[in-house]
Design a binder for this molecule. Structure first.
Ligand code: AMP
Length: 619
């Protein structure tokens, strides 16, 4: 290396070491959030994040990651900020010296408590000679953590004191994001995958790093931890991440097909068919007598299901294990399965005992990911299934999912009919080939679902992400009249519009929808949303609802599967109707995918051609 280049290189190293060791100010974070909010370009969003991560010291890198996700820790940690709007109003009032009614009035205008905080802090700065002291990220994080941990008598006052103290030191822009973070309204809509991309750019070695980071994330569900190990110890250490009790593994998901023929062909002529129970997915971690339950979204739900905990404590024949099961509501008298909606009674913090007696559950265990020191995530399915049978006994309320190894269409059809007769949604067909590992965090063709509705005249129900809303008129004035819904494109990690839905909502639904979606309002189309339609209100992709349509058609306006069938056309769902089923247990990325919609369209076309042939032979 020549002298000048060597000096330049050293300067760069020293400068980056300097920027990473000087405490990062929260103003910088707020500025990056503002720029992210303003951009409609995905790559720009990633670069902004990568730049922010580059400036974070080892001590705070995980904290930056969590704050950017609007949290203080991974989803499964129990540190929750959850500040209600009412309390936030008091915080803003105390920090700005205004009374609560003034805050409320501003809130009615802005519709966003973060913006209200910004406006009122601006007024305060203008009207006084008040100068704020710089606010370090570490300061912000520590105070928020103290606030989240405050409990018991006097905790409200303590929370109020800590937060208003922080807010009164904040600049208007910092205040806006602080308040949004604590009320759970950050609305940046940054995908986990975008954060992983940003980490790879900032500290990894490009593509090679990306795969390692993703595997570590998939088995730990903790982006902050991945970032911290990456900067502290390097990529080599990240590649050695292990499945661990207490850290949920990101769930594997299924693709869908609509006929047994297609399924068997895809899976190489044989598969393990299992009942597809209609309940709530739980991932149970058993460590001695301690059992922890995680939901599909990786939140702690242990307290919700003391009966399920006891069943596993009593019957699971492994000291340490991670298993996945469907938790299903059952009729206490007959033991018959009840529909998913019944489980809603169990989604509560209080009155758990009463709900448990009235709405008991059974567990159908369908996978094992870890058992007594052995990681099963990379083991083929038949071996996992064997282990499962070994550790799960057949008890009245806990057993393995009904299964059968099948190699013919007739067998698969018979098994499907039995599943439906016994109150299941359909069946899950699982690959039994050598490569049939547990694909943590991925939706792939190793599991294929065949659901009841697929065989009816109507098209299937689909779970779609609400990405926009349209103001209601007439009777619906004041609420939204329709919603712009999107499918998820896994390859591009974007949401592509597929329909506009205004049917099937009762008045209560409309009020509820307004309350839910307003928390995700953003000023322009989100960079991860593909749409040629202009919504009145744009939303961060977050809320998922179930919709039933009449058919899928080619559409010049909707973005789903654009150009896949015909140049210039996407696919749309015609006559969509909300089924009344909200899907809070699903994240936006769990929505029906673009590929699934494409498959449904092709299937419909085949059926149409078959019917046409039938009619022409008859005539
Ligand atoms: P879906 O929610 O329609 O995408 O189907 C996948 C879900 O089916 C999983 O997340 C589980 O909650 C549920 N399920 C029910 N029975 C099984 C089973 N035997 N194997 C895997 N998943 C199952």
């Amino acid at each position: 290396m020549d002298g000048a280049r060597s000096v330049k290189c050293w300067c760069w190293i020293l400068q980056s070491a300097y920027t990473r060791t000087t405490p990062l100010q929260f103003s910088r974070v707020a500025e990056v959030y503002e720029n992210i909010e303003a951009t409609t370009k995905r790559l720009e969003m990633t670069d902004l994040l990568a730049d922010l991560l580059k400036h974070a010291s080892n001590e705070i890198i995980d904290k930056i990651v969590y704050l950017t996700q609007g949290r203080l820790g991974p989803t499964f940690s129990s540190v929750e900020m959850g500040i209600a709007e009412k309390l936030a109003i008091q915080v803003v009032a105390r920090a700005t010296g205004k009374d609560s009614s003034a805050i409320q009035a501003s809130l009615t205008e802005t519709g966003d408590i973060g913006e209200t905080a910004e406006l009122l802090l601006e007024k305060k700065t203008q009207s006084t000679l008040f100068k704020t002291l710089p606010l370090a990220v570490l300061d912000v994080y520590d105070t928020l953590e103290k606030m989240a941990q405050a409990s018991g008598t006097g905790s409200m006052e303590r929370k109020l004191g800590l937060l208003s103290g922080l807010l009164s030191r904040a600049t208007p822009k910092e205040g806006k994001y602080l308040i949004r973070i604590v009320t759970g309204n950050l609305r940046l809509g940054i995908a986990d995958m975008t954060l992983l991309d940003a980490m790879a750019i900032a500290y990894g070695r490009g593509k090679e790093a990306r795969a390692v980071l993703e595997r570590a994330y998939n088995i730990s569900s903790d982006l902050g931890k991945v970032a911290r190990i990456l900067v502290d110890e390097g990529l080599e250490s990240v590649s050695k991440f292990q499945v661990a009790l207490g850290s949920p593994i990101r769930p594997m998901m299924a693709e869908r097909l609509s006929t047994p023929e297609e399924i068997l062909k895809k899976l190489g002529g044989r598969c393990m068919a299992e009942f597809k129970y209609d309940g709530e997915r739980v991932q149970a971690h058993k460590d001695g007598q301690q059992v922890t339950l995680f939901s599909r979204r990786l939140e702690h739900i242990t307290e919700q299901y003391p009966d399920a905990v006891e069943l596993l404590q009593r019957h699971l024949k492994a000291k340490k294990a991670i298993v996945e099961a469907e938790c299903v509501a059952v009729d206490a008298a007959t033991g018959q399965l009840k529909p998913f909606q019944e489980l809603m009674h169990r989604r509560r913090k209080y009155g758990v005992k009463e709900a448990m007696a009235e709405h008991p559950v059974s567990l159908f265990v369908f996978d094992v990911l870890y058992a007594d020191g052995e990681d099963f995530t990379l083991v083929p399915y038949l071996k996992r299934h064997g282990k499962l049978k070994e550790i799960v006994p057949v008890e009245e309320r806990v057993r393995t999912a009904q299964s059968r190894l099948v190699g013919s269409v007739t067998d698969l059809e018979q098994f499907f009919t039995r599943a439906v007769e016994e109150g299941c949604e359909g069946i899950m067909c699982k690959s039994v080939n050598e490569d049939s590992i547990y694909q943590a965090g991925a939706r792939g063709w190793l599991w294929i679902k065949l659901k009841r509705e697929y065989q009816s005249e109507m098209i299937d129900t689909v779970d779609l992400t609400v990405v926009g809303a349209f103001h209601g008129r007439g009777k619906r004035a004041g609420t939204y009249g329709a919603f712009l819904l999107a499918a998820y494109n896994q390859e591009t990690d974007t949401f592509e519009t597929v329909t506009k839905c205004g049917t099937g909502f009762t008045d209560e639904d409309l009020a509820k929808m307004k309350e839910i979606v307003d928390r995700h309002k953003i000023p322009h189309r989100h960079p991860r949303v593909e749409s040629t339609i202009e919504a009145d209100i744009w939303l961060e992709p977050s809320v998922v609802i179930e919709v039933l349509g009449a058919e899928i058609t080619l559409s010049p306006v909707h973005a789903t599967a654009m150009n896949a069938i015909r140049e210039g056309s996407g696919l749309a769902i015609r006559f969509p109707r909300f089924t009344g089923r909200y899907r809070p247990e699903r994240s936006a990325e769990d929505s029906t995918t673009t590929l699934e919609i494409l498959g449904m369209y092709q299937n419909q076309l085949r059926k149409f051609n078959r019917d046409k042939q039938g009619t022409s032979t008859m005539s």
